[in-house]
Structure formats: structure tokens, C-alpha cells
Design a protein around this ligand. Sequence first.
Ligand code: FAD
Length: 517
Amino acid sequence: MLARVDRHRGPWDFVIVGGGATGAGVAVDAASRGYAVLLLEQSDFGKGTSSRSTKLVHGGVRYLEQGNISLVMEALKERGILRQNAPHLVGNLPFVVPNYDWWETPFYGLGLKVYNLLAGKYGFGESSILSREETLQRLPTIRTDGLRGGVVYYDGQFDDARLLVNLMQTASEHGAAPLNYMQVTAVTKGSDGTVDGVVARDLESGREIHAAARVVINATGPFADTVRRLADPGAEALIAPSQGIHLVFDRSFLPGTSAIMVPHTKDGRVMFAIPWHGHTVVGTTDTPIAEASLEPRALETEIGFILETAALYLHKAPTRADVLSVFAGIRPLVRRGDSRITAALSRDHTIHIDSSGLLTTAGGKWTTYRHMAEDTVDQAAEFARLPEKPCVTAELRIHGFHPHADSLGTLGVYGSDAAAIRELERTEPRLAEPLDAAMPCTGAQVVWAAREEMARTVEDMLARRCRALFLNAAAAIRMAPAAAALLARELGRDDAWQRDQIAAFETLARGYRVAAE
Ligand SMILES: Cc1cc2nc3c(=O)[nH]c(=O)nc-3n(C[C@H](O)[C@H](O)[C@H](O)COP(=O)(O)OP(=O)(O)OC[C@H]3O[C@@H](n4cnc5c(N)ncnc54)[C@H](O)[C@@H]3O)c2cc1C
């Protein structure tokens, strides 16, 4: 990718700052239309919010309750498009709403029928009313006293960080140059005061690059205001950051294949318990915070709230000692109505052009990243007077596309790449061994990540190329030395690098553990 940058002559059509769902979506959209695209991520792809979601590709039952029909319809359509274009990563998951009050079954039964109807041809499955016995069959660990029955509906589930890696590969296959560990440190302006490029530092080599652009897209999510202030130090805040956390437990807390959806927690939110990669993920919270950070930490009150809510619904209440991992993410919520030139193309995401000409795209959710990218590229191309080119992503297969990935076992999330990883295992049988008994991740996946997925550190590997850190922090710590040794072999690093990597990862991973009281 660095060679691609060095070879490039003249300004890029698009320089995208930020390698999360938003930046990756814009890179895929712009590159597949035929524009010249450079994407710069200061850390690893997905280090920000985009690896820390609830892992749902969903219309948002909550928006339906709020009566926001158009938003739900848009998200349900995008859910269907994503499953069609990345079937190896998007699964169909049954969600059960357990009912304890007499009015809940008719109320949620009807609401979820509407949810399904709104999906139209993009439907994931008919919702239906469950008897008490059927509810227990699907959710054997649900609290039984007072249980009347339930309602089942279907939504999508995915692996967020894996989708991001596949989107970067897709963008690159269409000619874009996505780079991780490239921090944008300045925004440059032409003689007329309009933004015409960026300065970025390669955090590995210390080298600085100057990239000229016809349009610079700020896709830095919760960090959007920091980047806007590089162009205009007085820019008023656009983002209102809000933190959400998840707790991860072993599979015994939710042993079936259905998820639990709690439509109203004590604080009026929706909460989910979902089966994911052989574990149980429970979340989330919504806590306004003053400032975004790359490694947000769960607050004690958030951990307590999730444990308390889970105890209301699960027969065996999970305790702090049961938590295998806790991860926090920051929603880049957009403040409304604070600028003359905010173009809210949808209630869900916002495209904002500062007077300097810096274009910021923020808000939305993972599920709608493609639509958000289409809007962004349309607006940016018009603003920069680029030749008009139609969007093609509604039909564009995402790297790894495989119609029957469930037949690929533990390598299902790799889709069409699974065969090449199996081949690595065949030629070097040692690589077929898992790095730890608690996780299926093998040495071959590490080698693959270093060669094909731009993994540069132990954290890139164990947090995002495979999801060990998010599933079981103690197991991830145990896996670090083996991962470091294989990465060092592939990337040509020495022993000192390995020691530093292991130490840095251990420090990080301790933040994903919850001290038992
Ligand atoms: C708790 C939680 C649960 C969620 N669950 C769901 C869900 O289940 N389904 C769903 O559809 N959506 C969900 N979302 C929403 C979704 O995750 C976000 O909308 C999406 O990930 C935002 O992506 P982004 O690219 O805008 O931001 P980010 O992923 O944060 O990416 C921004 C990137 O910009 C980089 N950056 C910052 N400054 C610079 C710089 N100077 N130079 C270079 N790079 C820089 C950062 O390092 C970061 O990687 C959830 C969000 C949260 C917080």
C-alpha cells in the first residue's frame, strides 16, 4: 500500500481520514466508482468504535417503537443488501422477547409483525408468538417464574472487525490505498483557504507524507471534531460522544442458538444477550462522556447495570467472576441544528461541509454504512466537481463472499479465503494448532493476517483479525507469545519487538478483565 502511495502522481480524488465502518464504506464506494482513493487510519482498522458494536445488522426495533418508520425501512433494506453481498459474515439470528406481563405478547407480537412487513423482500423470517414451553425450548436459561411466553423475530448478526478487514480488501481490489498506522496530523489549504490535502505521519517509520486531495473526507467518528479543528481551530462541536459497553460470558449462560431481546430495561433502553463465536455477549449501555478516547474503559456503574439487568432475565445470574471480557465503544452521535451548512440527508447520519471545504460524515450505524457512504460520495463528488459516476455498491460483492460459509467450520468468517488458510495448515501442519485450548484461532490465521490482512501488531491479531480479546481476555493474554513469534517471523521483527509486543498487549488486555469482588 505504501508503494501504491509512492507511485501515485497528482492529487487523489478522495483522501479519507479514519478507517472505521464509515471510512471503509466511503473507500469502497468511491474506489468502485473509479475514483482515486487514499484512506489513512491512525491506528488499526476498527480500533475505534467499529470493532466494539453489539454485532447486529438490524433495522432497530427501538426506532420502530419511536415511530421512525423510514429509518427502520432504510436499515432493513441495508440489512438485506449486506447479507446478499457478504453472506459469509452476516447470519440470521432468532431473537426472543420473553413475556412476563399479559399485555406483552399481543403488543410485541403485533409490533414485530410490522417490523417484518417493513422489511418486504429483504425479510429475514416471519415473527411468531411462542408458548411458554416453546420459549423455554429456545431459551433454556431464561428465568421461569412469571414467564408467560414470548415472541420470536429474526435479525442479522455479524463480525464487525472482520467485515471491516474485508471492506479494506474490497477497496484495495478496486485500486484504493487503505493504510493503517498513518495518523493525519495536519490539514493543508490552498491559496484560497480551501482544504486541499493532509499531512500524515507513518507511526511505524516516522516518515511524513503529504497527500493532495480534490476532497478530504473526515470519517473519524467520535474524533470528528478533533480533525475538524485541524482545519478550523474554532469549529463548534458536531459530535456528542456516548459510551456503550458489553460483557462477555461463556456459552452456558445462553446455550441455544437464539438471542434474548429485552425491550425495556430499568432506564428505558433495549438490551440484548446474544450468542457470538461460542460465547454470550450482553449489552449495552448509553453513557454520555466528555471526550472520546481510543481505548475507552467500562465504568463500574455500567458493569453493575448489565449484571443487574441480566439477573432479572437469566435463571442463573452471572457474576463479576463470570465475565470473560468487557469492551467499551463510543457512539459518534451527531448534535442537531448547530450549523447553517449541515446537510442532514437522513435522520440517521449527517454530512457536514465546513467553510474550509472539509467534509465530515458521521453518525449512522454499522448496518447503514453502505447507504451513508453512497450519500457521502454523491455529496463529495458534487462539491469537488468530480466527474459524475454512479454508485455500484448495492450489487458489489465484498471480499470473502461465499454463499455457504457455514460449511467452512471455524473458518466460516473467512468465506472464500478459508481454502487458502487450510492450505497454509496443510503445508505447515504446526500452523493448524490453536494458539490456546479456549479459542479456535490457529497459527495459520496469524500468518494469513500478517500476509493478507495488514495485521501489524499482536493486538491487531488478537483483538480484530480474530476476536480473542473481545471474547476471553485471559485466553488472549495466553495466546500473545505464540502470536508475537509468528508475526515476528512474517514481518521480519526481532526478539525485542516480540517482548515489547507481548508486554504492551498484556497491559491492554488487563483493561478487558473485570476484577472479581
Ligand atoms: C456500544 C455500541 C454498540 C453498537 N452496536 C451496533 C450494532 O449492533 N449494529 C449497528 O449497526 N451499529 C452499532 N453501533 C454503531 C456503529 O458501531 C458505529 O456507528 C460505527 O462503528 C461508527 O463507525 P465510524 O467509522 O464512524 O467510527 P470509528 O469506528 O470510531 O472510526 C473512526 C476512526 O478514525 C480514526 N482516526 C481518528 N483520528 C484520526 C486521525 N487524526 N488520523 C487518522 N485516523 C484517525 C480512529 O482511529 C478510528 O479508527 C454501535 C455503537 C456502539 C458504541
